[in-house]
Write a protein that binds this ligand. Structure first.
Ligand code: ZN
Length: 429
């Protein structure tokens, strides 16, 4: 009987669609908190505009007849009944980078809220709880993905007490000002999240380029940074023939060009990224052969093995260039963040939901970090992307067409529906 009931509930839930007007109004209204005079939005975690946005969000949750609360770390949460037991969780963040855009993170939170409202309005009895979460401090003004890490038990109390922003403001002060106890933030750990799904703007150009409204994230890229030092010799630029120089910049330039070509050749899947984004050159005079270059190189991919492989090939290339230019090259490992795979089963559910709604999907890596990469440690997690106009993000120009925002929210709704019902069916069978 329960199962029959569940089956017909699921069929009814499959017919549900979000109310786009509510979502659009929420996106426009939330954009006002922290809006900069010349465009863009600055809403750092625990700042005054953030706390106003938090209050606004909680009042929207309450209006929808759900209890809104903040956990010990400052994550803002509401839940649809059943209020006890495991839940399907969806959300993202409402903090921004300085002078950021209106959709990064906020779209995922507001769409999850609209999904909750739609489920609530349907009157259907959910087989398990559904929660909406605005994870605090995703952007890492003080501590990267602080709220999500608190939930997974990866937040270190010492880190919270000592974290400062670029202006020297301490995290503990802004938390206290916002009414939170910093020494308790690490106690927000949970073990009742059955699955997690996050909807986010792509923040890159791939979906727009492929004319596809729905991306399914297969993994979140890991990042390996290297500091590469090229040690040449300063010589007179007028008297030293080219073949007798130890030109650190010429070596760097050839390395940068060939490494990039090599990564392109190795990268059949198109998921790898290779960037030399910072370079210091000495002595830095037009009439002296450059003697010393420090280049910061960043390799990203969703496969740890591929990052390792690219690193190895870069080192071999550096050895070859050392000989050719007689310029010793040193490789130093800097920061490393491991890639995180999204759960295949959840990606299949997302694909099924999109198919039901007649939207083609595109499997893709995420080059940017997200709350999902943290939550994936404790719960099977998946991510849905919608296109970013011109691939722009973290800037005032960040935008996505309303039509795509509506499509993404409906794909999220239908994914959540399947996750809610699928798990009960699985347990019963
Ligand atoms: Zn984000």
């Amino acid at each position: 009987m329960t199962k029959l009931q569940n089956t017909s509930d699921l069929q009814n839930a499959h017919k549900l669609r979000i109310q786009f007007d509510r979502l659009r109004d929420d996106v426009l209204n939330l954009s006002a908190f922290g809006s900069d005079p010349d465009g863009g939005i600055t809403r750092h975690a625990f700042s005054e505009p953030y706390e106003k946005a938090r209050s606004w969000l909680k009042s929207r949750m309450t209006e929808a007849d759900m209890d809104a609360h903040d956990d010990l770390a400052g994550n803002t949460i509401c839940r649809l009944s059943p209020l006890e037991g495991p839940c399907v969780l969806s959300g993202s963040h409402i903090d921004t980078v300085p002078n950021g855009g209106p959709l990064d993170g906020t779209y995922g939170v507001l769409a999850a809220l609209e999904v909750a409202r739609t489920l609530k309005d349907s009157g259907l009895q959910l087989p398990m709880g559904f929660e909406v979460c605005a994870f605090v401090e995703e952007e890492g003004r003080y501590l990267d993905c602080m709220g999500a890490k608190a939930i997974t038990g990866d937040l270190n109390k010492e880190d919270v007490m000592t974290a400062v922003d670029p202006n020297g403001e301490t995290l503990s002060t802004v938390m206290l000002n916002a009414g939170f106890q910093p020494e308790n933030a690490h106690r927000a750990q949970r073990d009742d999240i059955a699955t997690y799904v996050e909807l986010h703007i792509e923040q890159g150009p791939i979906l727009e380029h492929n004319k596809c409204s729905v991306g399914i994230v297969v993994g979140i890229a890991g990042i390996q940074q290297h500091r590469i030092t090229f040690d040449g010799q300063p010589d007179h630029a007028g008297t030293t023939p080219l073949e007798l120089r130890h030109d650190a910049f010429a070596a760097t330039a050839e390395y940068a060009f060939r490494a990039r070509e090599m990564v392109k050749e190795m990268d059949a899947s198109g998921s790898a990224r290779f960037t030399i984004g910072d370079i210091q050159l000495r002595p830095g005079a037009a009439n002296v052969v450059p003697s010393h270059v420090i280049a910061i190189q960043e390799i990203r991919d969703i496969s740890a093995a591929k990052i390792e492989d690219i690193t190895q090939r870069c080192k071999e290339l550096a050895d070859e260039i050392t000989v050719r230019y007689d310029v010793p090259i040193q490789f130093e490992d800097m920061a490393y963040t491991a890639p995180v795979a999204m759960d295949d089963a959840i990606s299949t559910v997302i694909a099924g939901a999109a198919l039901r709604l007649n939207h083609p999907t595109h499997d893709m890596p995420s080059g940017a970090g997200h709350d999902a990469q943290v939550i994936a440690k404790i719960a099977p997690s998946g991510m849905i992307f919608v296109p970013s106009n011109g691939g722009r993000s973290h800037c005032p120009e960040e935008w996505t067409e309303w039509r795509d925002l509506e499509i993404g929210a409906n794909v999220l709704l239908q994914t959540v529906v399947d996750l809610l019902w699928q798990q009960t069916t699985d347990e019963e069978s």
